[in-house]
Design a protein around this ligand. Sequence first.
Ligand code: TXA
Ligand code: MG
Length: 423
Amino acid sequence: MSPKAAEPEALRTQILQCKAADILFEQPQDLGREELCVIDPASETYDALERASSILKKDRRPVVIPTETVYGLAAAATDSTAVEKIFTTKGRPADNPLIVHVSSRSMLASLLPPSYTIPPSYERLMKAFWPGPLTLLFPADPSKIPPIVTAGQKTVAIRMPSHPVARALISFSQTPLAAPSANSSGRPSPTKAEHVWDDLGKSAKVPLILDGGPCDVGVESTVVDGISAEDGSIRVLRPGGVTVEEMKTLLSEGLAPGESPVKVLVHKRDYQDADMEQHPTTPGMKYLHYTPSVPVVLLNLKNAQHPSAEEFEPLSEVMDDLLAKHQPRSEKLKRRKVGFLVTSDFPVTPGTHASDPEVVTFDLGPRNEPSVAAQRLFDGLLTLEKKGVDFILVEAIDEENEGLAVMNRVRKAAGDVRMVDVS
Ligand code: TXA
Ligand code: MG
């Protein structure tokens, strides 16, 4: 008997395929009524969603779901016993709150304090970007969402995912889902089912992974606080899939003469909040984030953004230095291996170097298309790590549009920053 067959059922991780084409969100004839979720009852997707729903509700365990941003580890948000298992599975500190995922506006309303009125800025943002990669903070009602989800904060983070599988599961199970990214705490977020398998599936830490294909956005949702500032400004706590530029454009449209737009401010770039920075609720502030098991080094290239004022080194010198500094991952291997996570516009071929380590390149796409870099970033870190490189060099990109979210993740992943002249 193979070792796998001998394992008890409960200790194995199942992967079930889900196809977006089997799911339809229909606008009903009656205006004002909400979209209906229709899942082809004869499809494997239906069976997979039924299985996931049963694990969520009957077994009260978390399951892995695809979203348009990254894969999530989801449990019924109203069930504190189930939510607790998210924290233990990931090794996540209890003071780091979770995002609640809803499938409809009425589900959102059911989670908010009864007397609460949604501000106009949120109405506009939701109309434009929901379903999608935008998380909004709302006042928390602990009688509806247990404090384990919010880590006892006064606010609860909520989003409506656009991935049909995520939204269909929430609708099918009629349960809002609390879901962080489906990685062990501190590691890069997974954007493919195989990333989750490597981290949580092989070791049977989760009962089920719904495979909905690679994530389109590739970085997590934008986390926005539009309720704390006295002037109603929008504070971006974590840049993500919805860009600051998109929100600014939307909020400056259709103003009355003399009316000024709601401000959109990025934490640490446009404002500081010393008090908030003490709290782990500020995404990515207190805890280690996005780090693979190999060192990551950020490369700032000499270019228009970084002209000659600072010290730049040739790439060959940086490589020699890093090869001396970082141990080979395996003593048995004769040749060193280095990962390059760089744009297709990287000015030199990374392999042409005197000390000749083996170079593995992962393409981040064209420099002027940061949405492609966003989609590929975590895949790149995880793929290069798996290929056994000794360290990963990541090219810095411009912090515009999706580039802001990309660089936010890369800076947290990188233990070292080098200024390189590759001209
Ligand atoms: O795209 C996403 O947002 C993914 C997918 C699965 O939906 N989820 C995700 O969750 O990235 P997680 O737990 O990895 O990141 C959520 C971030 C955390 O950094 C947390 O600090 C912040 O959101 N957050 C959650 N609730 C908050 C609150 N009440 N106030 C401030 N920040 C909050
Ligand atoms: Mg995460």
